[in-house]
Ligand binder design. Structure first.
Ligand code: SAH
Ligand code: SF4
Ligand code: F3S
Length: 439
């Protein structure tokens, strides 16, 4: 019998990317192989994101588009996974009756059983927060050769309850995986060709998992253990919260050779009044002091961030405080969003900022960030840095990789293979990437 074809479309954060990979592997055990188009699929899974209204609405428009496929092939099964599945559950089937399966982020280890029910014609909705560890149920990962970089989820969920955010509701309470399991998975990835691992968690630096010696390990302790794995060349982690930036983690940025000089540390706003209303439990000054300490440990570190503009009741003065914080920090990169009301969150009840005002603020903030990112890229020119090559570029003989600072770098030279980590002198900065030559 021909294998069945599975198409997964992934929205949202890196954690969803990792989850999609694990779901595809789980379905592999049921005789499914992945395909890169929905057109000939036997099963389509949308792994969804609920973080902003637009992200969530995308799911329904995508489901609308899939209607024709379902009409042409009544055997086609359609599933909705991820954070919209968790947030809306059965509502999804009410709005789109052609959906066969709704599965939240914490129960997809049950997918094989769910798919069996679905193929027998029974619809399934599973949005539990079960006690068992889905990754342990799915522990036998396929042995295939892999790309040089991989994600590895070490912590999930969030207990911080920022007033605007759905994550504590869609992903549940904060849970850390035991270190032994993470190290085992990391070693397996390295055996399959992975050279760089990005540790993932909604609050990854709050990691406090059971260590191999029975004690509780911090993220820094886990990073030091990963640092000992031969063949693993680079370690990254994302996303961090300012309040969980512990001393040992800051020190690791100065001392741990494989830990890359890049830190995504969202602050959301530079106004203390707004930070308070966001329930961030730190001030702008706390954040700036923290950045100073991190830079004292690792002067060349590239700082990245997230910002929300137009949070309820944000005034011009509040916004100017954010702009001033950005000028103080000097970001290498940042993501910024217009505030989006999320049902069920505390901020959803509050008066909105005029949309045109919010849009204008977003534009100003983004042009400041772009300016900073540009100048950080230009400062790379002339420097010699590490590049991990990932794939062929568009030009003949060209390879593309990522620098230590996570910039894309193009190099034209013979004898570079995907997975090679080489020293490169940066020769130019384009709009989205750097150019360089092997040293
Ligand atoms: N755990 C991470 C963030 C996860 S969500 C942290 O604490 O930083 C990723 C980003 O989406 C957030 O940093 C925030 O900037 C943005 N975001 C979250 N909820 C939002 C909302 N309701 N409206 C607009 N942006 C939002
Ligand atoms: Fe959301 Fe705040 Fe938790 Fe980040 S720390 S996931 S923004 S609630
Ligand atoms: Fe989106 Fe869920 Fe990630 S809401 S950002 S996919 S944790």
């Amino acid at each position: 019998m021909d294998p069945k074809k599975l198409f997964i479309r992934t929205y949202g954060c890196q954690m969803n990317v990792y989850d999609s990979e694990r779901m595809a592997e789980a379905m592999g055990g049921q005789g499914y192989v992945e395909t890169d188009t929905p057109d000939d699929a036997d099963m389509i899974l949308l792994n969804t994101c609920h973080i902003r209204e637009k992200a969530a609405e995308k799911v329904y428009s995508e489901l609308g588009r899939l209607k024709d496929l379902k009409a042409a092939n009544p055997d086609l099964k359609i599933g909705v996974a991820g954070c919209v599945a968790q947030a809306e559950g059965e509502e999804i089937m009410k709005r789109q009756p052609m959906v066969d399966l709704v599965v939240g982020p914490q129960t997809y280890h049950r997918l094989p059983d769910m798919v069996k029910s679905v193929s027998e014609g029974t619809k399934v909705v599973d949005t539990d927060f079960p006690l068992e560890d889905k990754f342990e149920v799915l522990k036998n990962r396929p042995k295939a050769r892999r790309a040089p970089t991989a994600f590895l989820t070490v912590q999930e969920g969030c207990d911080k309850f920022c007033a605007f955010c759905v994550v504590p509701y869609t992903r549940g309470a904060e849970v850390s995986r035991p270190a032994e399991r993470i190290l085992r998975e990391a070693r397996e990835l390295v055996e399959r060709g992975v050279r760089e691992i990005t540790l993932l968690g909604q609050n990854v630096n709050a990691y406090h998992g059971e260590g191999t010696n029975g004690a509780t390990w911090s993220l820094a302790r886990l990073i030091w253990a990963l640092n000992d794995i031969d063949g693993l060349e680079r370690i990254r982690f994302t996303t961090s919260h300012p309040n969980d930036m512990s001393d040992d983690l800051i020190a690791a940025h100065g001392e741990c050779e494989k830990l890359m000089p890049y830190l995504h540390l969202p602050v959301q706003s530079g106004s203390d009044r707004i930070l308070k209303r966001m329930n961030r439990s730190h001030t702008a000054e706390d954040y700036l002091r923290l950045i100073k300490r991190i830079r004292a440990a690792r002067p060349d570190i590239l700082i990245s961030g997230d910002f929300i503009v137009g949070f309820p009741e944000e005034t011009d003065a509040d916004f100017e405080d954010t702009m001033s914080l950005i000028r103080d920090v000097g970001y290498g990169q940042a993501f910024s969003f217009k505030y989006s009301t999320r049902p069920g969150t505390p901020a959803a009840e509050r008066p909105l900022v005029d949309d045109a005002v919010a849009s204008e603020r977003l534009q100003r903030l983004q042009s400041l960030i772009n300016e900073q990112a540009r100048s950080v890229m230009e400062d790379m020119v002339g420097r010699e840095i590490g590049v991990l090559f990932e794939k062929k570029g568009r030009m003949e003989g060209q390879m593309v990789g990522k620098s230590d600072y996570l910039h894309a770098v193009h190099v034209t030279a013979e004898g570079i293979a995907a997975g090679d980590l080489r020293r490169v002198r940066i020769t130019g900065a384009g709009p989205n990437s750097l150019a360089g030559a092997l040293v």
